[in-house]
Design a protein around this ligand. Structure first.
Ligand SMILES: *Cc1c(COP(=O)(O)O)cnc(C)c1O
Length: 390
């Protein structure tokens, strides 16, 4: 018989998954019941209600896709895009590239509005690209997890709607951390992931479709190319006459349900303020150690994902491995062109705490000191202490 292996507790300060509350882990161990059991239907209804609150929307079509954030992305694209559609995608990072690739796989004529990784995309450039043709869909990443950029959305949504186009927003790394405000911003389709700022385990992708987006899906000339992700079929189970489509991942839904109770009990404003406070303390500490943030404009920095440059003479992988082995802390390296050049420090959901910020700064100082990096020990922690005390 295979021996069971003991999994250590970690402090998850990467780009997800984030720390999961014990209440959520306990919820997952509740009895598995049928996906049409009246008790489970009640959990589904409540989960949908709490997702509407988290997205700040009244959209009836709001539910979790069975799959990770990437499945949410694919669901948004495959339902909204038809072959030949002109799709404008703002691309300044790894996840936006995936959005563009998925639109291409669905036969779209994709127009990429690109910006350097680590910068946001000027809404006026996106607006100009929208107006240059018969644009059907605009797709944007709210928090680009590969760079730590927070993208402006509002002006882009206005420009898209003025041109008769609809907007898809990737809120995988923002929902539950930054305000997403689907209805106030007029976002047509928005998706997220359970394991980032909502702090549930990976495996579900919350998604919401506006009534206009649902109408667009209904008017498609061609069937949705994915049967599994077809929103018209899925909503017959999530809200319609409960027609079986696929077996809901019961335990994962329990977990998301419990995680959303925690998210909504904290309140949107409180939760955003908490993410902002810990982000600012962390950045103050990192800068006091002489480190440079990837995103230069403080206004465009995500609170949930902090990208910082690896200083000269310091080995990226050595530091990450030291943090994991000696302190049980996970942070991440860079993706694509930023591999080996940056660290990505997530402060998402349950992971966004003062304890974690102070511990990480101290542990990072030690890791860098051992590599001969010159800084005054305590500089980072001291600056964060000042930020919290001030
Ligand atoms: C993590 C992430 C995804 C992909 O989510 P998975 O759960 O890894 O499939 C997509 N977009 C953004 C912005 C992300 O941070």
């Amino acid at each position: 018989m295979t021996k069971s292996s003991k999994i250590p507790r970690r402090i998850l300060l990467g780009p997800g998954p984030s720390d999961v509350h014990d209440r959520v882990l306990r919820a997952m161990s509740r009895p598995v019941i049928g996906h049409l059991d009246p008790e489970f239907l009640q959990i589904m209804d409540q989960t949908q209600g709490m997702l509407r609150e988290a997205f700040a929307t009244t959209n009836p079509v709001t539910f979790p896709i069975s799959g990770t954030g990437s499945a949410g992305m694919e669901a948004a694209i495959v339902n909204m895009v038809e072959p030949g559609d002109r799709v404008v995608v703002g691309v300044a990072g790894f996840f936006a590239q995936r959005l563009a690739e998925q639109a291409e796989r669905n036969g779209a004529e994709v127009v990429r509005v690109e910006a350097d990784w680590g910068t946001s995309i000027d809404p006026e450039r996106i607006a100009a690209a929208i107006q240059e043709g018969d644009t059907k869909i605009v797709a944007l990443v709210h928090v680009e997890t590969s760079t730590g950029v927070l993208q402006q959305l509002y002006d882009v949504v206005q420009a898209a709607h003025a041109a008769g186009a609809m907007v898809i927003v990737d809120a995988v790394a923002s929902l539950g951390g930054h305000p997403v405000d689907v209805d106030a911003r007029g976002i047509d389709v928005c998706y997220s992931g359970s394991q980032k700022c909502l702090s549930a385990p990976p495996g579900l992708a919350p998604i919401t479709f506006s009534e206009a987006a649902v109408a667009r899906v209904k008017q498609r000339r061609t069937p949705v190319r994915s049967w599994y992700l077809d929103v018209s079929l899925l909503t017959k189970y999530w809200g319609g006459d409960r027609t079986y489509h696929h077996t809901a991942p019961i335990s994962s839904v329990y977990a998301l349900h419990e995680a959303l109770r925690i998210v909504n009990a904290e309140g949107a404003d409180e939760r955003a303020a908490r993410h902002r406070r810990h982000h600012q303390a962390l950045v103050t500490g990192l800068e006091a150690m002489g480190l440079k943030m990837v995103v230069e404009d403080p206004q465009r920095r995500a609170w949930t994902l902090n990208a910082v440059r690896v200083p000269d003479g310091v080995d990226d992988a050595e530091v990450r491995s030291f943090l994991l082995r000696r302190h049980g802390i996970e942070i991440a390296g860079g993706l694509g062109p930023l591999a080996g050049k940056i660290w990505r420090i997530g402060l998402m959901g349950e992971s966004a705490t003062r304890n974690n910020v102070l511990l990480l700064l101290g542990a990072l100082e030690l890791a860098m000191k051992l590599q001969g990096h010159q800084h005054t020990p305590g500089a980072g922690v001291g600056a964060a202490v000042e930020a919290y005390a001030g």
